[in-house]
Design a protein around this ligand. Structure first.
Ligand SMILES: Nc1ncnc2c1ncn2[C@@H]1O[C@H](COP(=O)(O)OP(=O)(O)O)[C@@H](O)[C@H]1O
Ligand SMILES: [Mg+2]
Length: 151
């Protein structure tokens, strides 16, 4: 899926309409790829003010109250898996909220069995490619549903 910034906003809305509570979203991509921007779009669609959703690079996990709680991790500054585990991610993963993990590839072994992976790539100044896949053998087809909403 390629997107302008407005399309990233649409993808965030489509995800907000689709992802049930308890979903974990692994965001993978380099700096500036649009990971934080996509979480902001998702949170905005949940009624969270834009200013409230910022990159948790320093605080490590942010919480926003949308229609569901939204948890936002960023593994960029973590030294190793243990540092991530100390934040107690399991509790968030098992909660009824939607949990996003930026730089999820750095803590891949700590992710739950089932999650949604979104690969983010900058392909131009304002265009981004977001590639969604379902990891694990969940029965609900979230990726199809998001695609349908965007069509
Ligand atoms: N289509 C787009 N989608 C998302 N961000 C975009 C897009 N076009 C331009 N940008 C800009 O790219 C930057 C992405 O930054 P950010 O979301 O913080 O990246 P990351 O969290 O992946 O490091 C922002 O400055 C944003 O305004
Ligand atoms: Mg970020």
């Amino acid at each position: 899926m390629a997107a302008s910034e407005a399309e990233t906003e649409r993808l965030g809305s489509a995800l907000a309409e689709t992802l049930p509570g308890g979903t974990v979203v692994a965001l993978i991509g380099t700096l500036g790829a649009g990971k934080t921007r996509l979480v902001q779009a998702f949170a905005a669609a949940h009624g969270v003010p834009r200013e409230a959703a910022t990159s948790p690079t320093f605080v490590l996990v942010n919480e926003y109250q949308g229609r569901l709680p939204i948890y936002h991790f960023d593994a960029y500054r973590l030294r190793d898996d243990d540092e991530f585990i100390e934040l107690g991610p399991e509790e968030y993963f098992e909660s009824n909220g939607v949990t996003f993990v930026e730089w999820a590839d750095r803590v891949e072994r700590c992710l739950p069995r089932e999650y949604v992976e979104i690969r983010c790539e900058a392909v131009g100044e304002t265009s981004r490619r977001f590639t969604l896949s379902r990891i694990g053998n969940a029965t609900n087809n979230i990726v199809e549903e998001v695609r349908r909403r965007l069509a």
